[in-house]
Structures are given as structure tokens and as C-alpha cells.
Design a protein around this ligand. Structure first.
Ligand code: KIV
Ligand code: ZN
Length: 530
């Protein structure tokens, strides 16, 4: 049984979206669009993307995931390209998938024979129909091309195959010749005809016109295969469906030759959200997309629709505020519809709402009177473009809460200059003010920039201070992570007492100095209270 959402869950899905009412209005007068089949070519056209080379195990994993997602046809490869490819298709053909397993074939009998050997029951055969391709690539006349196509379709049909025929480069082919071709292959028994926009050159309006013309010529279902060279692959696929096509060729994450193919996730979500057509199990899109990203090594752009990491991420204060009261204010549909998560990003544009929302989610109580300080710290760090993750936010919060106990500042750091490099003695100069008016400047060297800065501070305050402990940790394991420094110093006022200071920040030297200053101030505060 096909693993699609039930009509009950489809109703629930409808509550998850808020698309434009004009989408439906604009369809008045258009024949109702019913069933659309998803022909997935991630493992064929997708794998043809420069830089992708899938192992047999990778292909099988992806095919199983696509089957579970509910695609109708899986183009698993090009059987005639070699024994390994044949073995993969063979393996899938006997795997009892719900999806039909298909292989690509040129319009030559030997390519069909290679598919027959695999046991797959679906052939997708093609030959180019544009003058450009026929003259320069095939070096064949239109009549020869047509004869080849008919011969191949008849041969595959005689072997009991389901056959789809593609007019390669259809969108740059003469209309009269495409019509001649599709009628000829239809007479030869083809099951469906595919119209590829091979180099992504058609517009949605023209696609609509072309499919409309073919629809009035053909009885068999029409399929489309759109490339994204001009960014119109999904729009063209949808235009084709509006005009009567009932099969869409797609690739997960939009991978494929050059700029890729129409993205499975975008076509499926559009068909559902804007036309009410259920194709695949949308809630599995997130996981299949990640699998394809991992296995192909083809990274998804952050701003990629539906599956990019920013597709449901919000940072700016106004948007976060809106999303927190009703997510549909700034999302067309809820992320759970496509198996994704919403993320409230803490960054340069964050407001108090975002931060409070994130703290609530983390179950952290934070004193409201310190929110301005937290916001200022976050902005200071995020102004560099860094996004602050949960662990880093917690470290900043901890530090502010910790500092509440050591509020009085007796010593302040006015200036810090550090000179460091390879084969150079690290040198630091600091200027501090003690008790509001005692300004002191000191310079010292050290085994590195942190050591030099700390030595200079000691010199400015009291050179009997000793560093008993120094702990540095990166909050996450990344090179731009916020770091946390804890120091324990002794003898700030020559009495052997220990004092601890802590700070968080982006720069190790600055953060170490801040921690040192916190420890010194803590000790001065103890002195006053004593
Ligand atoms: O883009 C294209 O034309 C193709 C054909 C093989 C259908 O991938
Ligand atoms: Zn293609």
C-alpha cells in the first residue's frame, strides 16, 4: 500500500498553512487538477550533477527512503552505463518497493536489453528532437530520429515494459515535429510522453501553452522534466500541471545536471499547499532531504525553500514576536508539515522577545532587570555575524547571573593593546582606573598574548598577584564559538586570599582579561565588605 497521508491527516495539514487566497481564485475556469504522479530522478539526473558519485549502498538507501516518502516512480539509473548500475537496478527491482523502478535508456535496442536484464519493468527512453541537437549532436534527420524512437518504443513494449518517451530538448524543438513525434510514439504503444526543458529555457506561460497544445494532440499522460538553469524549474513544472500534465520529474533538494532539476520538496509542497493535491508524505521530506544531503555531499543552501536551515528560522525581533503569537504570521506553513523544526535564532537582529522565548524553551529563569544587559551582550557578540546557539546563550546567562554577586566595580579596564605573532615576544599594554580616579598604565611581556595581558594587569594592580588556576573552554566545538574563561588568583591585596573571576566572549585574550578583572573586583568587594 502506498504510504501517503490519510485524508484525516490531510485535513490536519490544511490547518497548518496560510497561503494566498488568489491561488484558488486564479484557477477558476481551469480544469480541476486531480492526480499528479511523482517521477523521482534523484538517482539518475540528480547523480549526474558534477561532483556526485553514489556507491551502490548509497543508491539503495536513497531509493528506500524515496519509496517510503511515497514517490510513484524511481528512476534508479542508466542500466546500459555499466554492470554496477545494472546490479543496483536489479536489486531495487526485486525489493518489492511500492514505487515503480525505472531506468533511463537511449533510443537503442541494446539499452532496452540492459534494462530487461535487470528485471525493472519501467523504461524511460529518450532522443533529442530540437534542430540544434539533431544537427550537431545526433547528426540525424528528423525522420531518422522519429524512426529510432518508434522502433525503441515498439521493442520495449514487445518486452512487456511500461514505457515513457522523452523528446529531449523539447522546449527548443519545432512544435510540428514534437507533435509528429509524440503521436508516432503513442501509436507505437507508449504509456506516457515526457516533455523535458533540458536546459531550463522556457517560461511558465510558454510551458502552459506547449502542454496545452500537446494535451489536445495526445491521449496518453503527459509528464514534464524541468531544469533550473534560469530558476524556473518548479514554476514550469507547476505551470505544466495546470495545463494538464500529470507526471512531474523531480530530484530531492533540486540536485541534477548544472543548476539541477525541479526540487521534489518544492513541487510536492506547492501541489499540496496551492492546489490541494497530495503526492508524497510531506512529513517525511525533512528526513529524506537530510539523507540525500549527507549521502551526496551536496550541501543545501541555508536559504533553500522548505529544506534549507533558514526555511523556518527567525531572528529579527518583529518576526519572532509575530511567530511566537501565531507562526503563520511569518511562515506560509508550519515546519512540522514537512518534518522540519522552527528555530528562533539569537543574533544581531534579536530582540528581548526572542531571547526570552529561547530562555523559556530552555526552562531557564532569568531576572528581568538584567535582560537589557543580556541583550547588549548578545548584540555585541552577534554584531560580528555570529549566531548564538543554546549552549552559548546559557554561558552568557550564567556569566551575568554570576556577576550579580560581584556588582561593585572598583577597578575598570580602560585600554588593552596586545602585540603578538610568530617569532615575536608577546607584549601587552593596559590602562586601568582604580577607585574612580587612580589611572595606571603598565606594559609586560609573556609566553603568549594571554600571558602578556595578564602580566600587564598584575603589574598595574599588584605584581604579587599569582594566577592559581586558568580554565578556558569553547562552548561549542566550532572555531567561532564563544569561549568561557575562569581564573583563580591569589594575593590581590597581599593576604593570601583566593578570588575567582569568570567571563564569556568571542576573543580569548579579551575574555581572559575580563575574567582577571572580575576576579580582582571580587577581591576588592570582599575587602570593602570585611
Ligand atoms: O534533461 C533532459 O532532457 C533529460 C532527459 C534524459 C530526459 O534528463
Ligand atoms: Zn534532465
Amino acid at each position: 500500500m502506498k504510504k501517503q497521508q490519510t485524508s484525516e491527516s490531510a485535513k490536519n495539514l490544511e490547518k497548518m498553512l496560510a497561503v494566498s487566497p488568489y491561488n484558488q481564485l486564479a484557477l477558476s475556469g481551469v480544469d480541476p487538477i486531480k492526480d499528479v504522479k511523482i517521477f523521482d530522478t534523484t538517482l539518475r539526473d540528480g547523480e549526474q550533477a558534477p561532483g556526485i558519485a553514489l556507491s551502490p549502498e548509497d543508491k539503495i538507501r536513497i531509493a528506500l527512503a524515496l519509496d517510503d516518502l511515497g514517490v510513484d516512480i524511481i528512476e534508479a539509473g542508466f542500466a546500459a552505463s555499466g554492470e554496477t548500475e545494472k546490479e543496483i537496478i536489479k536489486e531495487l527491482a526485486k525489493s518489492n518497493l511500492d514505487a515503480k523502478v525505472c531506468s533511463l535508456a537511449r533510443a537503442v535496442k541494446s539499452d532496452i536489453d540492459a534494462i530487461i536484464d535487470t528485471g525493472a519493468g519501467f523504461v524511460h527512453t529518450f532522443i533529442a528532437t530540437s534542430n540544434l541537437h539533431m544537427e550537431y549532436k545526433l547528426k540525424m534527420t528528423p525522420d531518422q530520429v522519429k524512426a529510432k524512437a518508434v522502433e525503441t518504443v515498439e521493442y520495449a513494449k514487445a518486452h512487456g515494459m511500461e514505457v515513457q518517451f522523452s523528446c529531449e530538448d523539447a522546449t527548443r524543438s519545432d512544435m510540428s515535429f514534437i507533435k509528429e513525434m509524440v503521436v508516432a510514439v503513442q501509436d507505437a504503444g507508449v504509456d506516457s510522453v515526457n516533455i523535458p526543458d533540458t536546459v531550463g529555457v522556457i517560461t511558465p506561460r510558454a510551458m502552459s501553452y506547449l502542454i496545452g497544445e500537446l494535451k489536445s494532440t495526445l491521449r496518453v499522460p503527459i509528464s514534464v522534466h524541468c531544469h533550473d538553469d534560469m530558476g524556473l524549474a518548479v514554476a514550469n513544472s507547476i505551470a505544466a500541471v495546470e495545463a494538464g500534465a500529470t507526471i512531474c520529474h523531480v530530484c530531492m533538494n533540486g540536485i541534477g545536471e548544472r543548476s539541477g532539476n525541479a526540487a521534489l520538496e518544492e513541487v510536492a509542497v506547492n501541489l499540496f499547499a496551492n492546489y490541494g493535491i497530495q503526492t508524497v508524505d510531506l512529513s517525511k521530506i525533512g528526513q529524506v532531504s537530510k539523507l540525500v544531503e549527507r549521502v551526496t555531499g551536496f550541501n543545501i543552501a541555508g536559504n533553500k525553500s522548505i529544506v534549507g536551515r533558514n526555511a523556518f528560522a527567525h531572528e529579527s525581533g518583529i518576526h519572532v514576536h509575530g511567530v511566537m503569537s501565531n507562526s503563520l504570521t511569518y511562515e506560509p506553513f508550519k515546519p512540522e508539515m514537512v518534518g522540519a523544526d522552527r528555530e528562533i535564532v539569537i543574533g544581531k537582529h534579536s530582540g528581548a522577545h526572542s531571547i526570552q522565548g529561547r530562555l523559556d524553551k530552555l526552562g531557564v529563569e532569568f531576572p528581568a532587570d538584567h535582560m537589557p544587559e543580556l541583550l547588549a551582550t548578545v548584540k555585541k557578540i552577534a554584531v560580528t555575524g555570529k549566531m548564538i546557539d543554546d549552549a552559548e546563550l546559557l554561558a552568557i546567562v550564567d556569566n551575568i547571573i554570576w556577576k550579580r554577586g560581584t556588582k561593585t566595580k572598583t577597578v575598570s579596564l580602560d585600554e588593552l593593546t596586545v602585540l603578538t605573532g610568530k617569532n615575536t615576544t608577546s607584549t601587552a599594554v593596559v590602562t586601568v582606573t582604580v577607585d574612580g580616579d587612580d589611572k595606571r598604565t603598565a606594559a609586560d611581556v609573556g609566553v603568549g598574548p594571554v600571558d602578556a595581558a595578564i602580566n600587564a594587569i598584575k603589574k598595574a594592580i599588584n605584581d604579587k598577584i599569582t594566577m592559581e588556576e586558568y580554565k578556558l573552554s569553547a562552548i561549542t566545538g566550532k572555531s567561532d564559538s564563544i569561549c568561557e574563561v575562569t581564573v583563580m588568583v591569589k594575593n590581590v591585596r597581599n593576604d593570601g586570599a583566593l578570588s575567582v573571576g569568570k567571563a564569556v566572549g568571542l576573543d580569548i585574550v579579551e575574555t581572559s582579561v575580563d575574567a582577571m578583572m572580575a576576579a580582582i573586583n571580587r577581591d576588592f568587594a570582599r575587602k570593602r565588605n570585611a
